[in-house]
Design a protein. Structure first.
Length: 356
């Protein structure tokens, strides 16, 4: 008897969801474990994620699903010290804004400020250029084993975990997700399932209604500090208007808004933030890290500043923005990128030598 059978199988779980009954964490975990071992049919998978979304995922359900995702993942063995200090900057995607790679650029700025970053991401799904696409265009080696990512974090201050490498079981859900073409709970789980098990997160959500549930699940899974943010329809803190923040700090949750104008950042329109193909976005990253002023820099330092607060490097967002600008203008952020390129390529070469 499988774990799912112990809970009545798919008919019992789907009936409960259709009756708008919440699942227990154990039921949700059993369902996801079945999906991630390839033992769910496409019809069962689609029925489950659509019924779950229609009802609305609870923190307990998300926590159970996340348990199964993490159990199936390949782990990046960061030291306990690094795991407690390191941060991930990531978004759920799905905002259709086609903006530049804000989180990825901000992550490099944060690394330049001396905060270890273990970033988790993938190639573009609904946009032209995802985190992996722009990093690859910049020359970063992506498909590194766990020891390669650890080496990058330790030697460059930033490492990148390519989602398909560290969550290979997600491949069982990929075709069905693409066929239905709507955001599902998988969009929430990816940003929370960092392979390095980092305990600090800046997560952008395209749908602000999921923020509270995500933060509650992060809390259950040991996050010490996290911000879940949403800005005028995009999964970042934005400079196009006010953003909303739900923050986990000292085991307490608080909500507040961020007005970029009050922080001395010029307001932008969404068109100014639009990105392009990977080579175009890579050029934007280089220009921002090189000190170019304008709308791209402003949204990057806003998000990097927030991450520096979450990392406990500063206490206020204004201080975080100032430190982010210093990371750029001193050249430290560019150095972080160049080190990531060099160390990742060296790790890839070492992997090839080991495998020969």
């Amino acid at each position: 008897m499988t774990e799912l059978d112990e809970h009545g199988g798919w008919p019992a779980l789907l009936t409960a969801l259709l009756d708008r009954q919440d699942l227990t964490a154990a039921q949700a975990r059993a369902a996801m474990a079945t999906i991630l071992t390839g033992d769910a049919t496409p019809a069962q998978l689609i029925a489950f994620v659509v019924a779950l979304r229609a009802k609305g995922e609870t923190p307990e359900e998300i926590s159970g699903l996340l348990d199964a995702v993490l159990a199936a993942a390949t782990i990046v063995p960061l030291s306990d010290e690094l795991r407690s200090q390191a941060i991930d900057l990531v978004g759920t995607g799905g905002d259709r804004s086609h903006s530049i790679n804000v989180s990825t650029t901000a992550a490099l700025v944060v690394a330049g400020a001396g905060v270890p970053v273990c970033k988790h991401g993938a190639r573009a799904a609904s946009s032209k250029c995802g985190a992996a696409d722009v990093l690859e265009a910049l020359g970063v080696a992506l498909e590194l084993p766990p020891e390669g990512v650890v080496r990058c974090v330790e030697e460059a201050g930033i490492g990148f975990c390519l989602a398909p490498v560290y969550h290979p079981a997600f491949r069982f859900a990929g075709p069905s997700r693409r066929e239905i073409g709507i955001p599902t709970v998988f969009n929430l789980l990816g940003p929370m399932a960092n392979p390095g098990r980092v305990r600090r997160q800046l997560i952008g959500v395209a749908n602000p209604q999921v923020a509270e549930r995500m933060l509650a699940s992060l809390r259950i899974h040991g996050s010490v500090k996290a911000w879940v943010v949403h800005g005028q329809g995009i999964d970042e803190l934005t400079t196009t208007g006010e953003s909303t923040v739900l923050a986990l700090e000292d085991d307490h949750v608080r909500s507040f808004t961020v007005d970029p104008v009050e922080l001395g950042l010029a307001p932008a329109i969404l068109d100014e933030l639009e990105g392009g193909e990977p080579h175009e976005n890579a050029a934007v990253v280089r220009r921002v890290l090189g000190g170019e002023h304008g709308a791209h820099r402003n949204i990057v330092v806003l998000n990097a500043g927030a991450a520096l607060v979450v990392a406990d490097r500063v206490t206020t967002l204004a201080e975080g923005i100032e430190l982010a600008e210093e990371s750029i203008d001193s050249g430290a952020a560019t150095i972080a990128l160049d080190r990531l390129i060099a160390v990742s390529q060296a790790a890839l070469a070492a992997q090839g030598t080991t495998g020969s």
